[in-house]
Design a protein around this ligand. Structure first.
Ligand SMILES: [Zn+2]
Length: 403
């Protein structure tokens, strides 16, 4: 650490103000080295990969003011089968795995892959017919995203190199000088292309709920403020940091839009939609909002049955004498001898059933048939409670029956 120091040097280090401030600066630089950046619209992307004998490592970077900022890290242990590969195939596997991991951010974007294995530059120039099948398959997958593989000297490939040596518990990597433990589940923060940081920042500033959250220190959703570059301008953005992920706060005006972006691809249900969105964005009571958005999504309503209509059994007062309460119903029959329906009648108290054939379903016919039964002479207070009869005028039947 000290310039010009020799091994077992006993020279005391002079701790000046200058040394103290440069120590603090180094500390800050170290802490910022792995801080993920927000993706900038239209920025040049590159994927730097590396493979050790035990694992693949990669970093996805974007160019901002001629500096490369990390957007996401990736590392994965090789399987026992992959560990037997030749260096060429190990490096190619690292590229393959890294593209697979970052595919959501690389799709439709122009980028180059950088690795420190020179022969890979010619991977897409060589005739593929003689290559092993695994290599052919990997090349075919990679070519869906890019065919530009470039060489980067190992000394400039520090991050991916460190990531490819991650499993420090592995005995073969014990001797390696780099002993960095990256959180393997750091996920790159990604914004869909339809949505710009500038707009998010502007809408956040106009959001009333956000102002309330900031002014209330006890609010359950803690937010931090950061500034992010968009077209060489800096924009303030509020976000929430939890479980290694940075999730921007979504202002009220953009919530429906964010929902549409993620929901309209496959129309998943409320909890699945909520899972997808909450991985990348955050706002208070988002699951409730998302459930309501799903409920009001027109294609979902047309294609899915969200609610089954259930008939709640009505509670009828129990009658305490005969013919107080008679159930009527109509049954459609195969026409026979001029009759096409049957009128069924059941006295609720005695449970006495009657059924008579009738020629049609007209109210008058029904009333006539009812009165013509032995019950017709009894004064009835009639309540038609059968679904088929709801269209009839009860008053008409009652008048007829009382004649
Ligand atoms: Zn839907």
């Amino acid at each position: 650490m000290v310039v010009g120091a020799k091994k077992k040097d006993a020279t005391p280090i002079l701790w000046s103000n200058e040394a103290s401030s440069s120590f603090l600066r180094s500390k800050e630089a170290l802490s910022k080295a792995t801080l993920l950046a927000f993706p900038r619209e239209g920025a040049t992307l590159r994927l730097v990969t590396d493979a050790s004998t035990v694992a693949a490592g990669a970093v996805l970077e974007q160019e901002t003011n001629s500096l490369w900022q990390p957007l996401g890290f990736f590392s994965k242990k090789f399987t026992s089968g992959q560990k037997k590969y030749a260096p060429y195939d190990l490096e190619l596997t690292a590229i393959f795995l890294a593209i697979k991991h970052f595919h959501y951010e690389l799709e439709g974007r122009e980028f180059s892959v950088y690795c420190d294995h020179k022969p890979l530059q010619y991977a897409f120039v060589q005739a593929p017919e003689h290559a092993p099948l695994v290599r052919q398959r990997q090349l075919s997958y990679i070519s869906q995203y890019t065919t530009s593989i470039k060489y980067i000297p190992g000394s400039e490939n520090v991050v991916a190199d460190a990531l490819s040596r991650m499993p420090t518990s592995d005995p073969t990597s014990q001797h390696l000088p780099i002993d960095v433990q990256f959180s393997s589940h750091i996920d790159a923060l990604s914004l869909p292309a339809a949505f710009s940081l500038q707009r998010l920042s502007e809408e956040q500033q106009n959001d009333e709920q956000l102002h309330l959250i900031i002014s209330d220190p006890d609010f359950p959703l803690p937010l931090q403020k950061g500034t992010f570059p968009v077209n060489d301008q800096l924009f303030p953005i509020y976000f929430n940091v939890s479980n290694d992920s940075i999730r921007p706060y979504v202002p009220t005006s953009l919530r429906q839009e964010i929902f549409n972006l993620f929901h309209q691809l496959a129309h998943p249900g409320p909890s699945a939609t909520q899972k997808i969105i909450s991985r990348k964005y955050v706002w208070p009571k988002m699951s409730k909002d998302i459930a309501s958005f799903v409920k009001h999504c027109l294609p979902c309503q047309q294609a899915k049955i969200a609610r089954h209509t259930k008939m709640v059994p009505a509670a009828f007062p129990i009658p305490d004498e005969r013919f107080q309460h008679v159930h009527l119903d109509l049954v459609t029959l195969v026409p026979s001898e001029g009759f096409s329906h049957a009128l069924t009648m059941i006295d609720r108290y005695a449970r006495w059933p009657e059924a008579v054939p009738i020629a049609d379903m007209q109210a008058a016919t029904v009333a006539r048939a009812f009165i013509d039964t032995s019950w017709g002479s009894i004064k009835l207070e009639l309540r038609a409670i059968t679904p088929n009869l709801t269209g009839y005028s009860n008053a008409g039947i009652v008048t007829l029956s009382q004649r």
